[in-house]
Design a protein around this ligand. Sequence first.
Ligand code: ATP
Length: 367
Amino acid sequence: MSDDDGFISIRNVDKYFGSFQAINDISMNVGHGEFFSLLGASGCGKTTLLRMLAGFENPSSGEIFIDGQPMSQVPPHMRPVNMVFQSYAIFPHLNVRDNIAYGLRKHKLGRAERDKRVDEMLELIKLPDYGDRKANELSGGQRQRIALARALVLQPKVLLLDEPLGALDKQLREQMQLELRALQRTVGITFVFVTHDQEEALTLSDRVAVMSGGEVLQLDTPSGLYERPNSREVASFIGTMNFFEGKVTGANGQTVTVDTSGLGVLELPKSRDGLNAGDTIHIAIRPEKLDLADSEPNSGTKTVRGVLQNAAYLGERSHYFVMLEGHDTPIAVSAQNRYDGKLKAREGEAVWLAWQDEAAVILPAGS
Ligand code: ATP
């Protein structure tokens, strides 16, 4: 499997609804066998893009290729794709077997082959004894598994999933995420998955396209998005992030010197090109990359003194908020509650923040 071999290739695609532009010049590739997610807030265009892959909408300009074939003249039912929706589109009056076999009947497959494929699917979704159950006698999670089986039994090259776990409660949703991931690995076909839930996208995906306003802001692996966001918008959409304003005061081939609000002057590895003295940037640091101590740490890290504003005990971890001189928003710190190193400071008392150089991500200003 390659993660970028262009099994699905979206090239310069625009989509207008009247004068409203829902998709703005998107180009990207999805690899064969990849679990690929479109992630973004409501209205960013994820469903529109998915519907164009399915053929329910056509691009206003640009072209979509699947497995090397241009899709512009191919109607939905002739495309090598199948779609699973949030509302499980299964027939309540049919039993589980007939629901799964529904598409196969339309493809005029012989009875023996049909039964074999349905049995395989029942095994795959771990409901081998449920064939005779009526669809309306199933739980939400079971119904969604049947909907998946019904789509997969047709052996599409690509499965499109539009918030398929959206209707499930949190616990079942988390369980289904693991099952969906395992199922995708087993069948090995390409999944394109739409969600507005960043945790879900990170848990499931090989790569994620973060969308906003009809554009792709960043396309990366889950860890790439989390550790190396390319903009403030992506950094704040994925998890929690502390931002500091900074001015570049010096730059050479390897390092940049940045005068920051709150963290003082930092010398950092030059992580992006085109940084020059005088540039305004942002420094971003994740809460768990900051250490909190009652006294100034001895060495090895950068430190700054602050005042503990707030502490919340959450069992396995604690969340702290720390005010720094010269910085107007509290800094979030997340620490695991181990036996050692418990913070003694009370709210209003002095604490020390410490971090490693690599924790600081340099982001362009205005991003
Ligand atoms: P959600 O998570 O709420 O489903 P989304 O990211 O999937 O959001 P889309 O459904 O792709 O968003 O919609 C993108 C934009 O295009 C929205 O502003 C929406 O109102 C608009 N839009 C979608 N379909 C149509 C349509 N048929 N006619 C007019 N505007 C549309």
